[in-house]
Design a protein around this ligand. Structure first.
Ligand SMILES: *[C@@H]1O[C@H](CO)[C@@H](O)[C@H](O)[C@H]1NC(C)=O
Length: 414
């Protein structure tokens, strides 16, 4: 005590004394990700015979004095360059290392300065407090929770995976659409089927990497069927398409029934298809090929899931219409090649059409043929009905073409 007073007097007398230690620079504050290493540097002038110590300020735990580590923490070490730079090394930094570190010189009074260590931690989900996939009945509430730890405190936002808006319904009934929602808990109140899908919660705190979790929200409801056309009229011999749009969740089992035969099974007669339109929508289609008299009647599309079953009827009725028959020669193709025998009129347009790819001429007979299914059959009696005049003309034209064809062929082979 006496000696230090004596020293102080000397210092006062001689301000230029080289014996009084000083800090030459402040200590840098450090921000270090967890598990990395950190080093504090303490810069001292004129240390002389004094010693430098490191103390953790909050706990007052002495870390090191001079070149001896005092703490039992094996991750702490010290080093120095000359007697001017004194380092405190913290290896594999942990969250408990966070805080102020004091560099001291054992002068009297003691001299010290502080450096702060911040240990940052990227976000991590707390699994026990984070939702898994959710199943909710339509009209119910899905409560999605994502809690993340990290330092600084992460914040959580929610988005839909498909990019659609998140719908927030206030207790007041007010409804807001947002592209992202901030908060640990997302409540989807009075949820509807269109809100079904994957929701992503994203936790971030500025320390990479940000993390996300995908939560699948399934909204369950009784199946529903919508039928665009419940009455489908078609001429015999044509292909008839029946469509039902099904909405169901969980996914329904979908099938067609033809009364009284039972299930409509895929076959050359029935082309059965199911196309998925969304998570809960499918389009059921059956194409009834080459409509026969016995195919006319009622078909039912049926959708069944764990919440119930629904069906809808579609009736096919026969309309008098074009009947297909295969022409031995496509007259128009012929005319294109060799020129038309008559180019005056366009009788063809209304009642006859030509399907070149299939070489099929469709003739409107005005009434359905009695034996509807026979495609390669020209109903002879139809020549004498309302279109008789036309039919005869057509026959003439056809015969003429045949004659011409022969002539040209003979001409070609000569
Ligand atoms: C370290 O942070 C403290 C506040 O915590 C500040 O007063 C001090 O100036 C900082 N040190 C340096 C070297 O920036």
């Amino acid at each position: 005590m006496l000696s230090s007073i004596f020293l102080a007097i000397i210092v006062t007398i001689d301000p230029g004394s080289a014996f009084q230690p000083e800090f030459s620079e402040p200590i840098d504050n450090l921000t270090v990700p967890v598990a990395r290493d950190a080093t504090f540097r303490c810069f001292v002038h004129h240390l002389g015979g004094y010693r430098v110590g490191w103390v953790k300020a909050d706990t007052k735990a002495i870390q090191a004095i001079h070149d001896h580590v005092i703490t039992h923490n094996p991750r702490i070490s010290v080093s120095h360059n000359d007697h001017s730079t004194w380092n405190l090394h913290i290896r594999n930094v942990q969250e408990e290392d966070r805080g102020q570190y004091m560099c001291q010189i054992n002068t009297d009074p003691m001299k010290s300065q502080l450096g702060h260590l911040d240990v940052v931690v990227p976000p991590d989900f707390i699994n026990e407090e984070t939702s898994g996939d959710v199943d909710v009945p339509e009209g119910g509430t899905a409560k999605l929770t994502c809690r993340a730890k990290g330092h600084p405190e992460p914040h959580v936002q929610w988005r839909r995976e498909n990019g659609e808006d998140v719908i927030i319904r206030e207790p007041s009934g007010q409804r807001t659409k947002v592209s992202s929602y901030q908060g640990d808990i997302l409540r989807l109140v009075k949820i509807t089927r269109s809100e079904m899908g994957a929701y992503m919660c994203i936790a971030s705190n500025g320390i990479p990497p940000a993390i996300s979790k995908r939560i699948m929200v399934t909204v369950n409801f009784h199946p529903v069927i919508q039928v665009p056309n419940q009455l489908v009229g078609a001429p015999l011999g044509t292909d008839v398409t029946l469509e039902c749009y099904v909405e169901a969740s969980p996914k329904s089992i979908n099938y067609w029934v033809r009364d009284p035969d039972g299930m409509v099974i895929p076959s050359p007669k029935y082309d059965v298809q199911v196309v998925t339109k969304s998570l809960f929508e499918v389009k059921m289609t059956v194409i009834v090929r080459n409509l026969h008299k016995e195919d006319v009647g009622t078909y039912r599309c049926i959708a069944k899931n764990s919440l119930g079953e629904v069906e809808s009827n579609i009736r096919i009725y026969e309309i008098p219409g074009p009947t297909r028959l295969y022409a031995p020669l496509d007259e128009e193709d012929y005319n294109e090649q060799f020129g038309s025998a008559e180019n005056d009129e366009d009788v063809v347009s209304n009642s006859v059409s030509s399907d070149r790819a299939n070489r099929i001429v469709i003739i409107n007979t005005g009434s359905p043929p009695r034996d509807g299914g026979h495609q390669n059959h020209v109903p002879v009696d139809s020549v004498s009905n309302g279109d008789g005049c036309f039919r005869i003309k057509k026959l003439h034209k056809f015969m003429f073409s045949l004659v011409l064809w022969q002539v040209v062929r003979l001409g070609g082979s000569w």
